[in-house]
Structure formats: C-alpha cells, structure tokens
Write a protein that binds this ligand. Structure first.
Ligand SMILES: Nc1ncnc2c1ncn2[C@@H]1O[C@H](COP(=O)(O)OP(=O)(O)OP(=O)(O)O)[C@@H](O)[C@H]1O
Ligand SMILES: [Mg+2]
Length: 276
C-alpha cells in the first residue's frame, strides 16, 4: 500500500499554493509535513481527503486515483482526517461523536437494521464496544456521556483523533494535532501517535511542534512556498541548510528552528482556542 502525490498542483485563483509536488507515503511509518506559515501543508491534506479539488497532477492510493473522487468515496477508500481547527459535533456526547461515524460506510446495513431488530441490537453493542475501546485508548472513557463541546480543549483534540480512527482507516491525516496543547498534553499525544503506528496504516502528521515531529516521525517532507523543499529523515532535515533558510531566512541550527516553530505554534494555539 502506498499513497502517492504525482506532480500535484493547486491554484486558488491565480495564486499557486502547491507547485509540482511529488512524493510517496508508506505504511508502517509516520510521515511529517512541516513548513512555514502558508507553505501549503493543509492544502495537501485537504486535497488528499477530497475537501479541495486538485488543479493538476494526481493523488493515488495503490492503483486507485483518489483525486477527482467525492469526499465520501475517498473516505470509503480508507482515508480519514482531522482538522487544523477542531470540528466536533459539539452538542452530541463524546460517545455519539464516534458512533455516528459508523454509518456512512455501512449504508447498505441500514435496511437490515430497520427490518431486523436483533441484528440492529447486536451491531449497536459492537459499535459501542469499538468506540469505548477507542475512548479508553485516548483516556476519554470517563467523558463518554459528556457533551463534546464541554470538554477541555486538549481532550477535544484527542476526541477528534479518536473519531478519525473509528473506521480503522488505512490512511490517517492529522492537521496540526498539537495546536493549542500544553506541554503535558503534547507529550501524551506524542506517545499515542507512536502507538498508532501500524504496518497497515499510513500516517501523515502536519505539525509545527518540532519536538513532536522530530521524535515521532520517520520521514519528513518540508514544504516552502508551495514547493517540496526537502524530504528525508529527522536527522537529515535537521542538518539541511535549505530547511534552516526556509524557516529563518538565515542559516542557523535546529534550536533556532524549534524556537521559530514554537512562536508560530503559540500564535496558532491562541487562534485555535479563540475559534472553538
Ligand atoms: N480556501 C482558500 N482560498 C484561497 N487561498 C487559500 C485557501 N486555502 C489556503 N489558501 C492559501 O494557500 C496557501 C497555502 O495555505 P495552507 O493553508 O495550505 O498553508 P499551511 O502550510 O497549512 O499554513 P499554516 O501553517 O498557517 O496552517 C496560503 O497562501 C493560503 O493563504
Ligand atoms: Mg495549515
């Protein structure tokens, strides 16, 4: 299984946000996408999940071309995502936020559930078990009956990731999962992400928190002004003078990159909290 960007391009009007990006994402690895503000990271996630159309090039998962498919078709191909700004169903309970995600991929089962109550009851229990297991994994089991919107911000971030995992996706796309989290929460998230790594799953994490990226990612793509500037292991990225230039406009070492990224993350956290 591989997810491939083939000469991807995205234009918003006359603005070229993604310019000829080609790369390969493999299962069993956590792929980081980093880059300064406006580099095109979220645009890559949005095109992969089908939220935005591609303007040129192609995205494929194995032999299937994803770009051009509808969002639900891409989801049914095994792609799930979280958003840079949390998008939960605030008025539903924590458990309902997960349970509701069972339905879209199993529309064919709806009639069976309606016509045969024992089948519906069995599936309801199964659904609940899977969801409770996921909630426990993220330490959210005690919040199961609370309204999602009432959860502390850090718990909402975890809930969003749990929700993305309900369908057991082959491709998990996380757009700034650590935005707005405090140090303790980020450490917890880092541990959870490492545990989610699986030979059957491609994980892509867009992130500004360099400690998280450098500790949990196996491969990193560095975006700059819509172009793929560099790709390699965390060590190779840290050693790249091109990356240092992109972040800082001057060649400096990784500590300066981390500081620059943290400043950016702090701004984002404030912005994210304000929006939710
Ligand atoms: N819906 C849109 N309409 C018009 N321009 C957009 C849209 N979404 C993104 N852009 C522009 O495309 C470029 C890339 O944006 P994108 O959100 O992908 O960057 P990013 O790397 O995720 O940045 P950040 O780190 O701030 O989240 C930016 O110049 C942005 O202003
Ligand atoms: Mg973004």
């Amino acid at each position: 299984m591989t997810l491939v960007f083939h000469n991807l391009r995205k234009q918003y009007g006359s603005h070229v946000a993604i310019d000829d990006v080609s790369t390969v994402f493999q299962p069993g690895l956590i792929h980081g996408i980093i880059g300064p503000n406006g580099a095109g990271k979220s645009t890559l996630i949005n095109m992969t999940a089908g939220s935005y159309l591609v303007s040129g090039g192609r995205i494929s998962l194995d032999d299937r071309t994803l770009s051009g498919l509808k969002k639900y078709q891409i989801a049914n191909s095994g792609v799930a995502r979280t958003y840079q700004n949390i998008r939960l169903f605030d008025q539903m309970t924590v458990l309902e936020n997960l349970e509701v995600c069972f339905y879209p991929t199993q529309v064919g089962q709806v009639w069976r559930e309606i016509l045969w109550p024992p089948f519906a009851a069995k599936r309801r229990i199964n659904r609940r078990d899977v969801c409770m297991e996921l909630l426990s994994f993220f330490g959210l089991q005690h919040y199961a009956d609370a309204e999602a919107g009432s959860l502390p911000y850090g718990r909402q971030r975890m809930l969003e990731i749990a929700r993305a995992l309900v369908t057991n996706p082959r491709v998990l796309l996380l757009d700034e999962p650590a935005a707005g989290l405090n140090h303790h929460e980020t450490t917890e998230l880092t541990a959870r992400l490492a545990e989610l790594k699986s030979p059957d799953r491609i994980m892509i994490v867009v992130e500004h928190d360099m400690d998280l990226v450098m500790s949990v990612c196996d491969r990193i793509v560095v975006m700059h002004h819509g172009k793929l500037l560099f790709q390699g292991t965390p060590a190779e990225v840290q050693a790249s003078s091109d990356v240092q230039l992109a972040y800082l406009g001057t060649a400096n070492d990784i500590d300066d990159i981390k500081t620059a990224a943290k400043d950016r993350r702090a701004q984002l956290g404030i912005r994210a909290r304000r929006r939710t």
